[in-house]
Ligand binder design. Sequence first.
Ligand code: RNT
Ligand code: ZN
Length: 423
Amino acid sequence: MTQIPDAHAHSYALARERYADIGVDTESALATLSSVSLSLNCWQGDDVTGFETIDSTTGGGIQATGNFPGKARTPEELRSDITMALSLIPGTHRVNLHAMYGEFNGARVDRDEISVDHFRTWIQWATEKHLYLDFNATCFAHPMADSGFTLSSKDASVRAFWIRHVQRVREISAEMGRQLGSPCVHNLWIPDGSKDQCVDKFGYRALLKQSLDDIFSTPMDRAFMKDAVESKLFGIGSESFVVGSYDFYLPYVLTRHLMPCLDMGHYHPTESVADKVSSLLHFADELLFHVSRGVRWDSDHVVILNDDLCALTDEIVRAQALKRVHFALDFFDASINRIGAWVIGTRATQKSLLRSLLEPRVQLLGYEQADNNFARLALLEENKLLPLGAVWDEYCERMGVPPGSAWIQSALNYERTVTSKRS
Ligand code: RNT
Ligand code: ZN
């Protein structure tokens, strides 16, 4: 049943009172939520394909599964799909591009030759839509990555090629940030590793360290771009050894003043990314999160409002660190409506943030201070059933996007009239 606007307003008024009773101001939570921009991963729209004309035998362990019809085949289609998704997501956001999404007009431009010219249309589009851009080096799905090693390759010419690529990408990032007026977050993830036991882990890591030092020795203006590096535990084809592990990158970023990128799918299944927040924040200025959902492995399922996500946003909000973190979505599901996938994952992340912002922090801290652990646990439990949905709907209404499930039909209409028509 569609709720009439009056009913929404009434539900929100009641919810506001319920939260006020436990010392929570819903208005201030909504104001804070509207200041948080999420970086929408362009690669959900085309199953991480990109627009290059480069043949490669491996995808670097990145595997989108499914063959739902209608994926974006051109930059224009991808941009209109992202625009559609954003029309169903409240707030002002960013779009996260990969180097493989440049526009080359059929020309073969290799990764070490790309320049800001190939991203001019993206920048123009972002300017028109009042969006900001983030960027990623693409060190996979390329013949020079087929050996399974890039920046840590034992072949000096392979390393040099990828160093040139990342340098180009950093320059493009800075230009994006300069033109759009918001620092572009550049994230570097490499697939390097081996399927079976590796005997020279030390040597590969020495090479990676040297390559990274070569790259980051060129200082960039942090007003225009910020560098992050993303660690990983294992991948398809790199089950036994990943060169850029968490233990490798954490000391690296702390000694070089870079940002660590923590992908929620890149740890042991029982290891909590949320639990790292309150430690890392004491040593790193800013953190980048890849908001993802692993099902049994690093499967990059569409993000949903689950315990892992709630714990992550709780820890960030409790540490009052929203201004020091960046949220980039990182999932790709090719088996369902791709616009729907974007909207589900992005709205889930926002709902989780709202839920954390509505936590009765003062009261909980009071109980904790008084060693009243029973009352702390009880309030955390009761908090779970407070009328979060009414506050969320109010947020959507104010931001001019469909509240509740009303957006599902819009996504289906777009599928019927646009994406299902693509061959
Ligand atoms: C791969 C990393 C990486 C990619 C994107 C496409 O395991 O998570 O972030 O998903 O760069
Ligand atoms: Zn990631």
